[in-house]
Ligand binder design. Structure first.
Ligand code: DAH
Length: 334
């Protein structure tokens, strides 16, 4: 049997409880306690089947009205609480554009120079005091400057020494800053002294000592009567400036098609020989490619492994750190 008093009671209770509700979660449990499977109103409605048939219609209508009433109040309250929650969130997340700016990028404080940039700038300064100018060349390079003009023709095995990244159009990502040599010769008249720092690329399997992207600094001096003696003098001066004291060096013969003779210059570093500076006297053919008469002018050239130098200077054990963009690594140099 459905007790009319009880229905009144449920309606009165629910109205009061809904009105007093202040949280969305609380409203939801209230809804369940009224209209859920075992809710008070649901239980009452289930009792309808026991009502005598001639009263069923009337009682049914009452129950339904009660249910619609409760549902309406719940919906109203739900909307009220939702808009309250939204307003609260808007207030707490509002951006005050008049506030002073916080430190940039993840609040890590001001940025600092990358170790590669530091070493590069140090070297540029050293070379400038020795009368060299800093020049630049493209990273996306023509085959001619990267290979042919450096006396490395198509069939030359030296091309295989440098796994090249080619573009569909037939240009390449320069594999060495030596590509700048003939560009500089074309543009500048001898006597000339240049250094050219830059990014180089090779199709490498990466590990602690190999990166597909790395940095070199090319150097070249062209003048009258340039000899191996001049080359050694400049290299020793450079190394003294970099390391702050006279360095023990050794020269080994090295093969590079664009120098003759060619050398590997090693330095004695932390108890072992470190291969640091390939160099040599500019090959007459390279001078000719640059439009310069090799009978009148000679030169030396070198290719400093900038990434490698940075690694030994800061005792970095993995070349991949240099371009890994890991702030924990970079912040050590701030
Ligand atoms: N470009 C050469 C390389 O990447 C390095 C090099 C060797 C540069 C001898 C030079 C040089 O200027 O004279 O392996």
């Amino acid at each position: 049997m459905i007790d009319a008093a009880e229905l009144d009671q449920v309606q009165a209770d629910s109205a009061r409880e809904i009105a007093a509700c202040s949280e969305l979660a609380e409203l939801e449990s209230l809804r369940i306690s009224l209209l859920g499977k075992k809710g008070r109103l649901t239980v009452l409605m289930k009792g309808l089947k026991d009502v005598e048939p001639d009263k069923r219609k009337e009682v049914g209508a009452q129950l339904n009205a009660a249910k619609v009433g409760v549902e309406g109040k719940l919906a109203e309250k739900l909307q009220e609480l939702q808009s309250e929650a939204l307003n609260k969130r808007l207030a707490s997340e509002a951006i005050d554009v008049t506030l002073p700016v916080r430190s940039p990028i993840l609040n890590t404080g001001p940025g600092s120079l990358h170790p590669l940039t530091r070493v590069q700038e140090d070297l540029e300064r050293i070379f400038e005091t020795l009368g060299f100018s800093v020049v630049d060349g493209p990273e996306l390079e023509q085959e001619y400057y990267n290979f042919d003009a450096l006396n490395i023709p198509d069939s030359h095995p030296a091309r295989d020494m440098q796994d090249t990244i080619w573009t569909k159009e037939g240009t390449l990502l320069r594999t060495q800053t030596s590509a700048i040599q003939v560009r500089a010769l074309e543009r500048l008249k001898p006597p000339l002294r240049i250094v050219a720092p830059g990014r180089c690329f090779r199709y490498e399997r990466m590990d602690a000592t190999h990166e597909h992207t790395f940095y070199q600094m090319e150097g070249m001096m062209v003048d009258r009567c340039v000899t191996v003696g001049n080359l050694i003098y400049f290299m020793k001066t450079l190394l003294r400036e970099i390391f702050g004291s006279e360095q023990k060096i050794r020269l080994r013969p090295g093969y590079f098609p664009f120098v003759e003779p060619g050398f590997e210059l090693d330095i004695w570093f932390q108890g072992r020989w470190l291969e640091l500076l390939p160099c040599g006297l500019v090959h007459p053919k390279v001078l000719e490619y640059g439009g310069i008469d090799p009978k009148e002018w000679q030169g030396f050239a070198f290719g400093l492994g900038l990434s490698r130098l940075v690694m030994s200077r800061y005792q970095i054990d993995d070349i991949r750190h240099l371009q890994g963009c890991d702030l924990r690594f970079l912040q050590q140099f701030s």
